[in-house]
Each structure stands twice: as C-alpha cells, then as structure tokens.
Design a protein around this ligand. Structure first.
Ligand SMILES: [Zn+2]
Length: 286
C-alpha cells in the first residue's frame, strides 16, 4: 500500500465561525486572521493505492460553482486535484473509489463536474464508486436549515443519478472494522450526522484522516469546536474520546484543513491532550 497527500486547493473561512465560542485572542495564536478576519484553510485529500484499487478520500470543492460562490471563499494557491494526482503519475480516471467523509461542499464538490456542453452535471470520476453511508445521505438530501448552505444539491443528486453511489455498512457501535474500503472507520455525529473518519494501518502506524473532527492543530483543546457543528456538546465528547486514544496509541493525524501542518501527533499534559509534534507527510511516511 502507498499513500499520497493530494492538495486540491486552499480557501479562507471566517475565523470566528471556525472556533465557535472561543475568543479571537486565543485562536489567533495558532490560526492568524487577515484583515477580514479570515483564516487560511487547505483541502488536503488522501490517495491510497492498494493493490489494483486507487481510493481517494474526499475531493475538495471542485470547480463547478459560480464565481460569486467562490468569491465568498477566497481561493488561493496553485494546487488542483489534477496537478496533484499527476505529480504522482495518476489521472482522475484511474480512481476506483471516492470515499466521502461527509457531503459538505468542501469535501465532496469535486466529485461532480459540468458535462461537456455545461447543460448538466456528471461524475468527475467516471470509473469510480462513490462511498457515503445511508444515514448521512438521508441527512444531506433533506438538509436542516443550519447545514443547508453546506449541502448543495448539485453536489449530491448527480452522485445518486450516476448509479455509482455505494453505502458503507453502519456498525452497531461507532467503529467499523473490515469495511469494503479495507480501512477502519470511526463514525462521529457532532459535526454532522455520521461523518466518517478513516483509520488506516500504514507502515506500522495508525494514520487517521481527521476531516472535520479536527480541522487544524488549533482545534485540539476540547472547547475549540467549530461554530458549524450541529451538535457541539457531542463533538466535545467525541473529541475527548478520540484525542485520548490518539495520544495513548501515538496515532498520526492527517489534517485536511490545516494550511500549514499536514500531520500531527498528540500527548497527554496536565491541561489535557495537547499537540506533541507536527510533521510533513513525507517526513514520517516515505
Ligand atoms: Zn464539514
């Protein structure tokens, strides 16, 4: 098995929204804001080459939304999914599986693109199975008012229409082993219903794709929960449990949204679980 970090682009989000009840005087130490109070965010996805499978975890936003829409998010940098795949000798048509941690636009928008004459949408990965789960899918197709701006129907409906949609089986608890993807999955409900957090055994280590359970290293202290989360108290419970496990077992956390840190490890301190060290992916796995 070989794993590659795939940068799909950077954008900016309101720092206050990203840190919920935490005051700016605290969060700006780790996530400095610009003059519009925006902080840098990455959309770092993961490519897993395993035998004849090529699995992409999340896709970034893609490029089908309007200039007005993208204007809200201040995209910057030179990354794109296609150039990042090409760097390792891959093309999007090689992808066999696209695993979507959840269906917020910055995680799944790239799964769908305009068709050639821009009259409708088509899968951006024509040879891939798309993976979600039944409960999250139902949650996303009938969005609550709070998440409505994140669940865009042009991202979601065409996936179902493509016939390429598959669901991961839901475990009786919150952790699934022996999944169809070949890695274990933690299911978390605080950010959104049944967000999926892949746990991958790789080169003797546990590598965890954090998605929105832990967007940046700035979010490690327990109360540092995004204003976007639908069930923030539950996020705090889920984080507490996960962060303790991660510190106990020296998990390597792969950060999708941290613009500067690709990986981190955690440690126990008197104040609770805190950052141990940050790494570039290739420093640990090469
Ligand atoms: Zn999200």
């Amino acid at each position: 098995m070989t794993i590659y970090p795939i940068e799909t682009g950077n954008f900016k989000l309101d720092g206050g929204a990203m840190f919920g009840v935490v005051p700016k005087t605290l969060w700006q130490r780790t996530n400095p804001a610009d003059s519009n109070n925006l902080i840098d965010m990455s959309m770092r996805t993961m490519l897993i080459q395993d035998g004849d499978r090529l699995i992409l975890i999340d896709t970034g936003t893609g490029n089908k939304q309007s200039d007005k829409f993208f204007g809200y998010y201040y995209f910057f940098g030179d990354f794109s999914l296609d150039t990042s795949l090409a760097k390792y000798g891959f093309h999007r048509d090689d992808i066999t599986d696209v695993f979507l941690t959840h269906l917020h636009f910055d995680h799944c928008g790239g799964a769908i693109q305009w068709n050639k004459d821009r009259t409708g949408y088509e899968p951006a990965f024509k040879n891939a199975k798309f993976w979600s789960n039944k409960n999250h899918w139902q949650w996303a197709v009938e969005p609550n008012v709070r998440e409505k701006a994140s669940f865009l129907k042009e991202n979601i409906n065409p996936i179902e229409a493509s016939g390429q949609l598959n669901f991961v089986n839901l475990p009786s608890g919150d952790f699934a082993t022996n999944t169809a993807l070949g890695f274990d999955i933690l299911f978390a409900d605080g950010h959104t219903e049944k967000q999926m957090i892949p746990h991958i055994q790789y080169k003797g280590k546990t590598l965890v794709f954090m998605a929105d359970l832990l967007p940046t290293v700035g979010h490690i202290p327990l109360p540092y929960v995004m204003g976007y989360d639908t069930r923030p108290l539950l996020t705090m419970d889920e984080k507490a449990k996960f962060l303790n496990q991660a510190a106990d077992n020296n998990y390597f956390l792969f950060l999708e949204h941290d613009a500067t840190n690709e990986l981190c490890t955690l440690k126990h301190t008197e104040k609770g679980v805190r950052l141990n060290q940050t790494y570039k992916f290739n420093q640990v796995f090469n």
